[in-house]
Design a protein around this ligand. Structure first.
Ligand code: ZN
Ligand code: ZN
Length: 578
């Protein structure tokens, strides 16, 4: 019985609009999604020259009979959609079954497929089917695409270098493997293994197989739900950051998605845990009712729109923030990040292959730790905060050396103090009736006409915080009182900068963003600088204050404030243990 039907013209037109086969990775994507739809549990992707010379997909899915194998290449044929309404659901993967026909019209295709005793071999070139013959085959499908875009020079031009095409394929398969830990994926390029996952159905193990040990042992598990969403997965500790957002692996109902609001919520949750411009590694699946999702806003289907987006972003933000808060995140001073770094910097395939062998070495020499292990070794924040650090002294008037029974700590005194001030100030922001100090000598500031307008339009933000500001002649303001969190000796300098900050936030004034930069700026200005001598008592007070912070590990700009040498590391350094 044939599983493939021919869809209505109307539906075909809708789908045709979304047709995109523009690079090797889009061919890989279509074919691999077909394999997943066919129930495959083992999928091999073999590329030659990054896919430019050939792309082969071999799966152990259900395969096709002769009728389906030929019909699969007909325009508007799809096994996945039966009526218009189905388009708005995303429970099956590649709903554009038409893609196979598109690919076949611009390349050479060899298909061997089998769903029972007799297999079928189909050969198509430029959309013309010239071979359909029985063949012996195992159950499943094997499809090879060569000469992509040979008859459409205009599109051929858009294919990038081998390295770029390979890179795109690898990134896609890595993400897909993370979304489908139950499927075994093997991607090779010129017979060298580039990606390999075991299909263990263990997400942390899959993360290990993709990113290596340094990453998998630095992931925090998350699990939370709201009325409409269930969020599960792993988020990276701030110690392992990347220079781009490629490693935001987000899935909705096991499908790869890309959405700016979701990305922003993830990134915001790491605010002050990391530098601007660095991004965490996360692997997050969101389960929800498919009717809340609209995948059709972008032809590649990775961009989605979602009803109840605010509920989702709030849930994500809260869950990730809690995971970070609840775990000990003091970076070890001695971390071998070399294994981790290779992957980020790869450009040429040779470099990538080198990395693949690194991954293989890890896999064979370091047997994957039990998945629970990283969690067991994580110390919960509450325990940590009760720990006391004892100061020993200061180095170059800049770093504080401290100890406790677990090891030795080095702190950056400015970063530590800035963190303490930042959390103090942001807490004050939330007070309903802010306490304020009248200034002995009110400060008058003269502004340009346009700055004056901008400032006056937004001055209520400052008034809510306890500032008293009045007009004082033409384009001049006078500040009569300020909130108590601005320390006495820091008034003049700070007040001017705060006025500038209001003006710079300018026309599209965003209160949340303004308050955050205000807190960051003032806490930096009021904190001990480098080259400032501290007494042991001052150091002890600072350490105690830091340990009470929600995030004692970073200054408000994400720089580390504290580093640890464990006793074991000290012993190893001095060869007391081998
Ligand atoms: Zn600073
Ligand atoms: Zn800072």
């Amino acid at each position: 019985m044939s599983k493939i039907r021919v869809m209505s013209e109307n539906l075909a037109n809708k789908i045709a609009a979304g047709e995109v086969v523009e690079k090797c990775a889009s061919v890989v994507k279509e074919l691999v999604e077909n394999s997943i739809d066919a129930g495959a549990t083992n999928i091999k992707i073999n590329l030659i020259d990054g896919g430019l010379t050939s792309i082969s997909i071999i799966d152990n899915g259900s395969g096709m009979d002769k009728e389906d194998a030929t019909l699969a290449f007909a325009r508007h044929a799809t096994s996945k959609i039966y009526k218009d309404d189905d388009l708005f659901f995303i429970e099956t993967l590649g709903f554009r079954g038409e893609a196979l026909a598109s690919i076949a019209s611009v390349a050479e295709v060899n298909l061997e497929t089998c769903n029972a005793d007799i297999g079928t071999h189909v050969h198509i070139k430029g959309g013309i089917m010239d071979v359909v013959e029985p063949t012996s085959a195992r159950i499943g499908t094997s499809i090879t695409i060569t000469n992509l875009f040979y008859n459409t020079p205009a599109r051929l031009k858009y294919l990038k270098s081998e390295a770029t095409e390979l890179n795109n394929c690898v990134r896609f398969i890595e993400k897909l493997a993370l979304s489908k830990p139950e499927i075994t994926f093997t991607l090779t390029n010129n017979d060298r293994i580039v990606v390999k996952t075991s299909g263990s159905n263990n997400l942390l193990k899959t993360i290990h197989e993709i990113y290596g040990l340094n990453v998998s042992s630095n992931m925090l598990e998350i699990k939370a739900s709201s009325d409409d969403f269930e969020v599960t997965g792993f988020v990276g500790k701030p110690g392992i950051l990347k220079k781009n957002r490629n490693h935001f692996n987000t899935f909705v109902n096991d499908r790869i998605v890309r959405n700016n609001e979701i990305n922003k919520a993830i990134n915001d949750a790491y605010n002050t845990y990391k530098h601007e411009g660095f991004y965490p590694i996360v692997v997050i699946n969101i389960e929800t009712d498919p009717t809340l999702v609209d995948v059709n806003i972008h032809p590649t289907k990775q961009d989605i729109k979602m009803s109840k987006m605010e509920e989702l972003t709030t849930l994500l933000y809260k869950t990730i923030k809690e995971a970070l808060y609840n775990n000990l995140l003091i970076p070890n001073a001695l971390v071998d990040e070399s294994l981790n770094e290779v992957k980020d910097n790869f450009i040429a395939p040779e470099v990538y292959d080198k990395d693949a062998s690194v991954t293989e070495v890890i896999q064979t020499t370091l047997d994957f730790a039990e998945p629970q292990e990283p969690e067991e070794t994580q110390v919960k924040n509450e325990t940590f905060k009760r720990l006391k650090l004892y100061p020993i002294g200061q180095v170059h008037g800049t770093y504080i050396i401290a100890e406790n029974e677990d090891g030795m700590f080095i702190l950056d005194q400015h970063a530590a103090h800035e963190r303490v001030n930042y959390e103090m100030i942001t807490k004050k922001f939330k007070e309903e009736t802010p306490s304020y100090t009248d200034m002995l000598v009110p400060l008058s500031i003269e502004l340009s006409a346009s700055d004056y307008e901008t400032f006056m339009a937004n001055k209520n933000v400052l008034e809510d915080l306890g500032f008293k500001i009045e007009e004082f002649g033409i384009n001049t303001i006078i500040i009569k009182s300020h909130p108590t969190w601005i320390a006495k000796n820091f008034e003049g300098d700070n007040l001017r900068t705060i006025v500038d900050l209001v003006i710079n936030n300018g026309k599209n004034f965003n209160k949340e963003r303004f308050l955050d930069s205000l807190a960051k700026m003032v806490s930096c200005k009021m904190s001990i600088k480098a080259n400032e001598h501290l007494s042991l008592v001052q150091m002890e007070n600072l350490l105690d204050d830091l340990m009470k912070c929600d995030n004692p590990y970073n200054c408000c700009h994400g720089r580390p404030s504290i580093m640890k040498f464990t006793n074991y590391e000290l012993e190893k350094m001095f060869k007391r243990v081998m």
